[in-house]
Design a protein around this ligand. Structure first.
Ligand code: SAM
Length: 288
């Protein structure tokens, strides 16, 4: 294993930085930040503190969400002239709910080499301690700010079978959880991963309504940075369905397209069309 890195000219390095605990910076990240010609950073003052801690005296270049498209081309020109550049964000992995997408896209379109220097990411850190399935998951980032848009968005995820990972802020955590109750029900289990890698790191698994109570009990619990992880939708087993509904679906499936058969059974028995459609597909694949 080696930490040394040869910095190449005309190359953009995407460097992950800690999400709290400064010990989480990698050896490659330090080497890269020490040796590049320029560091593009979301908040140059904030990143300046990290660089000071690492005794790195690099030139910083501001790159925010609101100026990224315009600055991306300027950075690309610098890369083309032979400079090596590292991109960092305030915390964690750049581009994961942080600036960098336009820059990387522009670089790749213009055949400029982009090298990852991986490290901390709150979503991954939270997921792997959640105890929820990690084989397939959806990273959802922040939910919409307004309740109506949030409920609409969550409703689209109601039948998502993969584990769902959300970022949430102090100001919206309670409102978002109330909307999750409206869409997923109060008893659905949720994991809250708070202040990961910091001294007040807390990981709790409760029902959504219990989590709201837990947060309300002590206002300090609502402060800090959060990742919320929800288990994906579980298909109900066939036993949970009325056997006569299954029988009718099987019979109609022989005469009608599955979509139509599922819609009729859903209507007659007050069931979910998608659930019946899936059952019909399972029936078909069992017969083949
Ligand atoms: N790029 C970052 C990453 O790789 O995770 C994410 C940046 S995003 C602007 C900030 C959000 O990430 C926070 O509001 C919170 O939801 C989550 N986050 C960042 N650090 C965290 C931590 N130490 N513990 C829990 N969540 C964290």
């Amino acid at each position: 294993m080696t930490s040394s890195i040869i910095i190449e000219p005309s190359t953009l390095y995407i460097v992950a930085t800690p999400i709290g605990n400064l010990g989480d910076i990698t050896l490659r990240a330090i080497d890269t930040l020490k040796h590049v010609d320029l560091i593009a950073a979301e908040d140059t003052r904030h990143s300046g503190l990290l660089l000071q801690h690492l005794s790195i005296h690099a030139k910083l270049y501001p790159l925010h969400d609101h100026n990224e498209q315009q600055k991306a081309q300027q950075l690309v020109e610098k890369l083309k002239s032979g400079l090596s550049i590292a991109l960092i964000s305030d915390a964690g992995t750049p581009l994961i709910n942080d600036p960098g997408y336009h820059l990387v896209k522009t670089c790749r379109e213009q055949n400029i080499k982009v090298v990852p220097i991986p490290g901390a990411c709150a979503a991954i850190a939270a997921l792997c301690v959640s105890g929820l399935p990690t084989d397939k998951f959806c990273y959802e980032g922040f939910l919409p700010a307004k309740s109506k848009a949030r409920i609409d968005y969550l409703t689209q995820l109601q039948q998502e079978t993969r584990t769902l990972v959300f970022y949430e802020s102090t100001h919206r955590i309670i409102d978002s959880l109330h909307d999750m109750v409206a869409v997923f029900g109060k008893d659905k289990s949720i994991v809250l991963a708070k202040e990961l890698t910091k001294s007040w790191e807390t990981i709790v698994q409760l029902s959504i309504s219990e989590l709201i109570m837990w947060l309300i009990e002590d206002e300090n619990r609502q402060k800090g940075e959060f990742v919320l992880i929800l288990e994906g939708y579980k298909k109900s087993s066939d036993e949970a369905l009325d056997p006569t509904a299954i029988k009718l679906l099987n019979r109609l499936q022989q005469e009608l397209p599955l979509k139509k058969a599922a819609a009729i059974v859903a209507d007659v028995y007050g069931l979910k069309k998608n659930q019946l459609y899936q059952l019909g597909l399972d029936n078909k694949s069992e017969q083949n």
